[in-house]
Design a protein around this ligand. Structure first.
Ligand SMILES: [Zn+2]
Length: 465
């Protein structure tokens, strides 16, 4: 427990005593039927998996907003309701694409396969590059890079990153097993990354196409000529909305800062059927985290007003690239400087076999003093046993951590078998575990909202971009 380095032995004993007290002294009981009721709604088949930026996600957000209102939370400062809408650029392609370079024309489905598309037509001079070497310094911006050599899937990823860094508008690779394996990551076909409309009004900027061996040879003869990669976007598909549900519990001392409790309310929607089930319910990922935020809101709003304010946020569009939290970070109703801590709840619906019984893992445990302090006040939290998985960097807390907010994710079973499967459903949830861990957090979070203690990063704990 590296986080304890700040405290002397006496403080440790004192805090252990507090923990024993806190476990018996909660003035609030989280009822198992409340936990089950949120899950019964959010993870039901009728919610169709709460696909990011869909009507189903909007319904889930409306449910959370309505619960916040019912508990007595207020709209956040500057908002007149409990929903924050963000436009996302989310185009669909009609499947036709054409690449022209001088005298050569390639059609999607014959010699050309779009792997990743920004859903915009791009053009630039054709530049040949050697896949084994870094992209040459003098490569003009706006080029279309052609790499003839064979590469595996991870080299393909590196090529895309290097190409984007060099300002290329598109990357062309030889078609083969690696290209097929890459598209397998998103279930085949062309991936059109979804982005916030305000940051990427014309798409993601990434274009990767695989070209047949025969066509590669023909393209080599066109080096230096202008290449145009034309795509066709389904009309009216481009801009959709995603929703964050936000509730606010005003504190009695506005200068003492705000605590942010978060989860994400979207999931994968309808997808590839597994054993005849195509609904990705996301009961654990992350209706469970949403339930934790709801029940902590319920508990805190029902007690006396805390000294600090508490902001409860359930994000939309996490599953397509953490867009809800990105938007929130750019449009927070409370200045980020005023946030003294963020706890994100992810997949708390199953007990991790490596953790003590009824205990959540907290990512980046040793990076700040918040985990040890909450634990000392009775929270069933402990160090993340999977540092190699980089959960700290892979969740919604990370963007805020980069901004300096002490932000961590609390999770149940880090590597659960139902992860991103249709059987992440009510039947595979451990509702008793959920109820126990949420209950354990009520008094510690209330304490955090009331105390003089301000969480801080440990030495070298704060991440930097
Ligand atoms: Zn997920």
């Amino acid at each position: 427990m590296l986080g304890w380095w700040r405290m002397g032995a006496t403080a440790g004993v004192l805090l252990a005593g507090l923990a024993a007290q806190a476990q018996t002294a909660s003035s609030w009981t989280v009822k198992p039927e409340w936990v089950r009721a949120h899950e019964e709604f959010l993870a039901s088949d009728v919610m169709a998996g709460r696909g990011s930026a869909t009507r189903d996600e909007e319904i889930a957000a409306t449910y959370v907003a309505s619960e916040f209102e019912g508990y007595g939370l207020k709209p956040a400062p500057g908002m007149d309701g409990y929903l924050q809408a963000a436009e996302v650029f989310s185009p669909e392609l009609d499947g036709h694409a054409t690449l022209t370079a001088g005298a050569v024309t390639l059609e999607q489905g014959r010699d050309l396969r779009l792997l990743i598309s920004s859903a915009t037509t791009v053009s630039g001079p054709l530049v040949e590059v050697d896949v084994q070497k870094p992209i040459p310094e003098g490569t003009p911006k706006g080029a279309v890079l052609l790499s003839a050599g064979r590469m595996d899937q991870s080299q393909m990823g590196q090529f895309v990153r290097a190409g984007r860094k060099a300002g290329a508008v598109a990357m062309l690779v030889a078609d083969g097993d690696a290209a097929t394996a890459l598209t397998g990551q998103w279930g085949g076909g062309t991936r059109v990354p979804v982005r916030l409309a305000e940051t990427h009004p014309t798409g993601s900027g990434t274009n990767l196409a695989a070209v047949s061996e025969a066509a590669i040879a023909r393209l080599h003869a066109q080096a230096g000529k202008t290449v145009t990669l034309a795509v066709h976007v389904v009309p009216s598909s481009t801009v959709r909305k995603t929703y964050n549900a936000i509730g606010y519990l005003p504190g009695t001392d506005p200068a003492s800062g705000t605590i942010l409790l978060t989860a994400h309310l979207d999931h994968l929607g309808i997808g590839k059927p597994v054993n005849g089930d195509a609904i990705y319910n996301g009961a654990n990922d992350d209706a469970a985290g949403t339930t934790a935020v709801l029940e902590l809101a319920h508990a805190l709003a029902s007690g006396p007003a805390p000294r600090r304010s508490v902001l409860f946020v359930c994000y939309g569009s996490e599953e397509v690239g953490e867009l809800g939290s990105e938007y929130f970070g750019r449009h927070s109703p409370v200045p980020l400087k005023g946030l003294i801590a963020n706890l994100e709840f992810e997949m708390i619906g199953a007990q991790d076999p490596k953790m003590p019984k009824d205990t959540l893992l907290l990512t980046g445990w040793e990076r700040s003093d918040i985990g040890p302090m909450l634990k000392a006040h009775g929270a069933k939290l402990g160090p993340d046993p999977y540092p190699e998985q980089h959960f700290f960097e892979r969740s919604d807390n990370y963007q805020l951590a980069l901004e300096g907010v002490v932000a961590h994710t609390a999770a149940g079973y880090g590597t659960v078998a139902t992860y991103h499967q249709p059987d992440d459903d009510l039947a595979h949830l451990n509702l008793e575990f959920m109820t126990t861990v949420i209950q354990s957090l009520v008094e510690p979070v209330r304490w955090l909202a009331t105390s003089e203690f301000t969480p801080a990063w440990t030495k070298d704990g704060q991440p930097h971009p």
